[in-house]
Design a protein around this ligand. Structure first.
Ligand SMILES: [Zn+2]
Length: 378
């Protein structure tokens, strides 16, 4: 996992996300309820419904009234709040449920027709509508009318091109004009089955690959106390990859850059080495536990062990690259084939080698860690 850096524009993203969802409209897919397309209108719709004599439910109505209080203060926190504020929202809702201010927590779940509270919340914070591709109207496109805000627009804005959870898969967003083609999935850090009111919260929507979102994390109950949140921190802050070789002499050989017979190790039975994650010096116990619990969910070591061919290439680099080879490249190619030393190092290491560039290409974290471990210039 690496940390998602929104740069200096995070406020722009947050304001746009809030304004488009709450004030304007977001795509409703096939539902076509045009006049209820903004969150404010959808909240009003629920309040009217819950006030009517047939469907009256004051506890349920209270939740939606609270969202409107103080000029939508609470709604704003839900949509724009940082991960810690979202955690507080969860605690707040739980407290109000336990005090009988809102309906019982069981009424939050999906499926059971009696569990209406959750259904009303899902109606307002409508994630299914957010991810449904809109039908493209050529006349609208011609007239230059911008399409409604949806998952593609969000993915395009945050521009996270590698899955932050695994650092293995690309997650580019591809659109052609108004046509939506490819985008990352959005994982709900706080799972949306348990917390449907956080289904459209900016910091609860983590752009990620299908394997991490649907295959591995799915609806695992993540919390800030137990897991790393990619908008707050990365695995790199606490743990580093290490290569374990069963044959200690070969390990020494690579470290000392002594070319020995590695053929059977590199091209034979790859069980001769394995991977592990070890803690960085000074890493707090609490964070070590959170980092370990998180990478276990994403099967980080098991999955990277399946890329041993890449790791072999990194170990081969460790034996070949040294400062004099880099100098040779600089003399022969700088200004002709490469702009500078950094370009040459990226070419030799097959990856971006600066900590701030971890998000630019898959396998950057393991590449950087192995470079440090084996003294590969980077
Ligand atoms: Zn992934």
């Amino acid at each position: 996992m690496f940390k998602i850096d929104l740069g200096k524009n995070s406020n722009v993203f947050l304001d746009n996300h809030y304004n488009r969802l709450v004030e304007n409209s977001f795509t409703l897919g096939s539902q076509k309820i045009k006049n209820e397309s903004s969150l404010k209108k959808r909240i009003d719709n629920r309040i009217q419904l819950l006030k009517s004599s047939l469907t009256s439910d004051p506890l349920c109505e209270k939740f939606f009234q609270d969202l409107k209080k103080d000029n939508y203060k609470w709604l704003k926190i839900i949509i724009q709040g940082d991960p810690k504020q979202l955690s507080k929202v969860i605690a707040n809702v739980k407290t109000r449920i336990s005090k009988g201010v809102y309906p019982n927590i069981e009424y939050m779940k999906k499926g059971d027709p009696d569990k209406k509270f959750g259904d009303h919340i899902r109606y307002v914070f409508n994630y299914d509508a957010f991810i449904t591709k809109p039908k493209i109207s050529k006349s609208k496109v011609k007239a230059g009318i911008p399409y409604k805000y949806d998952a593609y627009k969000l993915a395009e804005a945050v521009n996270v091109n590698v899955c932050p959870y695994c650092n293995r898969g690309f997650t580019f967003t591809l659109t052609k004009g108004e046509e939506r083609l490819v985008r990352p999935e959005f994982d709900h850090f706080f799972d949306k089955a348990t917390y449907p009111y956080l289904a459209l919260s900016f910091y609860n929507l983590i752009p990620s690959c299908h394997i991490c979102n649907s295959g591995l994390k799915h609806d695992a109950a993540f919390t800030l106390g137990n897991n790393l949140h990619p908008y707050l921190e990365g695995l790199d802050d606490y743990l580093k990859f290490t290569v374990k070789l069963k044959d200690k002499k070969l390990l020494d050989g690579i470290r000392k850059k002594e070319i020995k017979d590695y053929i059977s190790l590199f091209y034979g039975n790859l069980d001769g080495f394995s991977l592990d994650l070890i803690h960085r010096v000074g890493c707090e116990r609490k964070n070590l536990r959170r980092a370990n619990q998180t990478h276990k969910v994403f099967k980080t070591i098991d999955l990277f062990e399946m890329h041993k061919d890449l790791i072999v290439e990194m170990l081969q680099s460790a034996l070949i690259y040294n400062e004099s080879l880099i100098q040779e490249y600089i003399i022969n190619f700088e200004g002709k084939l490469f702009r500078n030393r950094e370009d040459i190092l990226r070419f030799l290491n097959r990856n971006y080698m600066k900590k701030e560039d971890l998000s630019k290409r898959p396998f950057s974290k393991i590449n950087q860690d192995i470079a440090v471990e084996f003294g590969i210039p980077y």
